[in-house]
Design a protein around this ligand. Structure first.
Ligand SMILES: Nc1nc2c(ncn2[C@@H]2O[C@H](COP(=O)(O)OP(=O)(O)OP(=O)(O)O)[C@@H](O)[C@H]2O)c(=O)[nH]1
Ligand SMILES: [Mg+2]
Ligand SMILES: [Zn+2]
Length: 349
């Protein structure tokens, strides 16, 4: 139904259209124009479709930046807003627990291939880097750590970050002289999302990679070095060769959301050791024959990292249990409403 290559698809070629994506569209039986969400908003969102840019609304779908969608063009000439009829199943969605504290997930970006965990070298928080790496691994995309602002510190942070990022490359970059940029460019592919706290230098990297100032940046605050939450939308920009970059607002909190697989992928060192613990359900606390504690005692593993792993696991279990409880609660409520309706039906007969 959708041509594999370009005629009619030109605008989308810049936004990651590929034969694989074409196949995913072909699998859908919903009729309409293929498109991708380049900026998701509360009311309306911006899309690029095979016919060009289009503002769209979605009835009943929660859109997020990076989504592949099937769009119905505006019906009448005066109307400028398209309707999203379907959202293709997401691959590589990066999500966290909703910051509002409700037991809900929030998808930060969809159909992502690379997650650039952006960390300022002068304000590294090791636990936060691990947390972001869990989120990144859990998305199914390839994580890369960009250690920015290396001109602002003489501490050996690179080694520390490498030690907590097994399986991910760590690239040192400096926006002042552009060093490390081509290395970073070599390690990213497909749809690339930048995540990190405000002020980490995400937008600066997006601008540097694109070679022009498309995103506003702002100096961090004097005194506490915190960012000013300059970027407010999750927005996608074409980089050329079909690659796209998604800049995101600084993350205030990174709550675990059903991230068991992400935790295992981010901590393969601890997982490997745990295979050698005497008890299969070892919590690495006071059990005899614990290989994890033994590695810490021998100086082969950082105690901080074990504690960080435990904290993330506990949080993840807690969030999952709470979400389950909410689901159960909703089911009970539905059942009550139903039984009340049945009672009323018989009473009123
Ligand atoms: N010295 C130095 N400053 C940098 C570097 N990279 C970024 N900065 C500065 O750090 C500040 C914050 O950068 P941004 O790119 O706005 O940070 P951000 O992560 O997009 O922040 P939010 O949009 O608020 O989430 C800006 O003043 C940048 O110029 C670097 O490598 N070296
Ligand atoms: Mg920004
Ligand atoms: Zn153990």
């Amino acid at each position: 139904m959708y041509p594999e290559v370009l005629p009619g698809i030109e605008p989308l070629a810049e936004y990651g259209w590929s034969p694989q994506v074409a196949e995913r569209f072909a699998d859908s039986d919903v009729q309409g124009t293929p498109g991708r969400i380049v900026r998701a908003g509360r009311g309306s969102s911006e899309a690029v479709t095979s016919a060009g840019p289009l503002t769209v609304r979605a009835a009943g779908h929660h859109l997020c930046t990076g989504d592949w969608v099937i769009v119905r063009e505006p019906a009448t000439d005066g109307d400028t807003i398209g309707t999203v009829c379907a959202v293709l199943p997401r691959t590589g969605a990066i999500r966290r627990a909703d910051a509002s504290g409700r037991s809900e997930e929030q998808v930060l970006a969809a159909n992502v291939d690379t997650v650039v965990v952006t960390v300022a070298a002068d304000t590294v928080d090791l636990g936060r880097v691990e947390r972001l790496l869990v989120l990144a691994w859990d998305s199914g995309a390839q994580p890369v750590v960009a250690l920015t602002k290396v001109d602002l510190t003489t501490e050996p942070v690179f080694e520390r970050v490498v030690a907590l990022a097994p399986g991910a490359s760590v690239v040192e970059v400096c926006a002042l002289d552009g060093s490390g940029l081509s290395e970073l460019r070599d390690r990213i592919h497909g749809t690339v999302v930048f995540v990190g706290v405000s002020g980490a230098g995400k937008s600066t990297l997006v601008n540097a990679l694109c070679g022009r100032d498309i995103q506003a940046t702002a100096p961090v605050r004097q005194g506490d070095g915190k960012g000013r939450h300059t970027t407010t939308d999750r927005e996608m920009f074409p980089l050329g060769d079909g690659m796209t970059l998604i800049d995101t607002p600084g993350l205030r909190g990174v709550g675990m959301w059903d991230a068991g697989a992400g935790i295992a992928a981010a901590f393969p060192d601890i997982d490997d050791l745990a295979q050698h613990c005497r008890f299969t359900d070892c919590a690495h606390e006071s059990e005899p024959g614990c290989a994890v504690r033994s590695a810490v005692e021998h100086g082969d593993l950082d105690a901080r990292r074990v504690e960080s792993h435990r904290k993330l696991q506990r949080e993840n279990q807690w969030v999952t249990a709470r979400a389950d409880a909410r689901l159960r609660h909703e089911r009970t409520r539905e059942a009550k409403v139903l039984s009340r309706a049945i009672r009323a039906y018989y009473r009123d007969r």
